[in-house]
Write a protein that binds this ligand. Structure first.
Ligand code: CP3
Length: 348
């Protein structure tokens, strides 16, 4: 599919200009719900092999664009490449999610490297350059990193946990050691994001998937403040860098996140309260979201209703249509097509 215009509707929304038809992409749009992804993944061996072979990472980044002509591509990688480049052991077991060597005592934290080995991340930059060359000029390219809090939850626990108790506990019991992990992640994430912009990313997203487990004081300290420092650090070098934050589950704390961090947009989860978002968030920044990924699995009338709710709630302002979290592997492709058609037929 070739587009005629070189303007990128996705970037227009980030720059402050509402689009009549909201631009659309999906978190985790390259992934296991696509047979062509499963093929590449099976041939590559492991998930990290796909991330670190530029031709494979570029290929799976482009797969959902070819199929669906989304308005943005997100580079195929993972938030845990930063701990990996910091010298932590990172593995992905099929069906089990990530496994790392737990960084759960002040002694272990004392031995954490200050600087990542950025040569390990060079394949991500190379993949961005490849995608940039092949991508239609009307489609934006998104680079990303995990927010320090969310990355730290995996580093401390060594795996995903239901409520991030190990990291929350360490933040209370050993705040200095925990702050060292966060500071290290801030500095290296700034450098990593700058590298992605230089390699061709048009915008950046900071994923704080586990922000919602923090009490307000801890949220300010471990989610808002580190994100603010990353935004500031990136813009010190690239002043107009476009940045989207995703503090999942922030709820009523979203307005303070937006006011303090300086992001251009926030990605909101499906539980967000529409009037709070419209009055105290969308008046200041663009909003991205927030279809429930389960509605996308359900399909039919339930899907149509859920899509229409997102449009009714937010499309009169600056909206980038997306899911409230990543697409799930069992999602039927026909339902993604149905969603695209319905959103693109919207004339608000
Ligand atoms: O959005 C995209 O298409 C780009 C690729 C992307 C991946 N991970 C690929 C991936 C992005 C943006 C991420 C971010 C990420 N990774 C987050 C934040 C966003 C979110 O979804 O909450 C988090 C918390 C991680 C850490 C992570 N990586 C977990 C917990 C898992 C296991 C759970 C799962 O979905 O399997 C991963 C693995 C992972 N990252 C997969 C993909 C496509 C599945 C790996 C596989 O193919 O087996």
């Amino acid at each position: 599919m070739t587009r005629k215009s070189v303007a990128k509707p996705f970037l227009e929304v980030l720059a402050g200009h509402r689009q009549k038809v909201p631009p659309i992409w999906m978190m985790r749009q390259a992934g296991r719900y696509l047979p062509e992804y499963r093929d590449v993944r099976a041939k590559a061996g492991g998930f990290l092999d796909v991330c670190f072979k530029p031709e494979l990472a570029a290929e799976v980044t482009l797969q959902p664009i070819r199929r669906f002509d989304f308005d943005a591509a997100i580079i195929f990688s993972d938030i845990l490449v930063i701990p990996y480049a910091l010298g932590r052991a990172v593995r992905f077991e099929i069906g089990e999610g990530p496994r790392l060597d737990p960084l759960n005592t002040p002694d272990k934290v004392a031995s954490l490297a200050a600087e990542a080995d950025f040569t390990k991340l060079e394949p991500v930059y190379e993949a961005l350059r490849c995608v940039r060359r092949e991508l239609d000029p009307g489609i934006a390219l998104i680079g990303f990193c995990g927010a320090p809090w969310t990355v730290a939850t995996y580093m401390v626990a060594g795996q995903g946990t239901p409520d991030q108790a190990p990291a929350r506990m360490m933040a209370y019991s050993h705040p200095e050691a925990f702050a060292k992990i966060i500071d290290t992640l801030i500095e290296n994430s700034i450098r990593y994001l700058l590298g992605q912009l230089q390699a061709g990313a048009d915008a950046l997203q900071i994923f704080d998937t586990w922000a919602g487990v923090l009490p307000p004081r801890e949220f300010a300290r471990w989610s808002i403040e580190p994100t603010r420092r990353i935004v500031e650090g990136v813009r010190e070098k690239i002043p107009h860098a476009r940045i989207i934050g995703f503090p999942r589950g922030a709820g009523a704390l979203l307005p303070s996140y937006v006011d303090t961090t300086g992001v251009d947009a926030v990605s909101i989860d499906w539980a967000a309260e529409p009037s709070l978002i419209r009055e105290r968030v969308q008046t200041k920044v663009a909003v991205q979201g927030n279809l429930d990924p389960l509605a996308l699995i359900a399909g039919g009338a339930a899907l149509d209703r859920a899509i229409d709710d997102v449009l009714a709630n937010y499309a009169s302002g600056r909206l980038i249509f997306n899911l409230g979290h990543g697409i799930l592997p069992e999602t039927p492709i026909a339902h993604v097509e149905r969603m695209l058609k319905r959103v693109r037929e919207y004339r608000g």
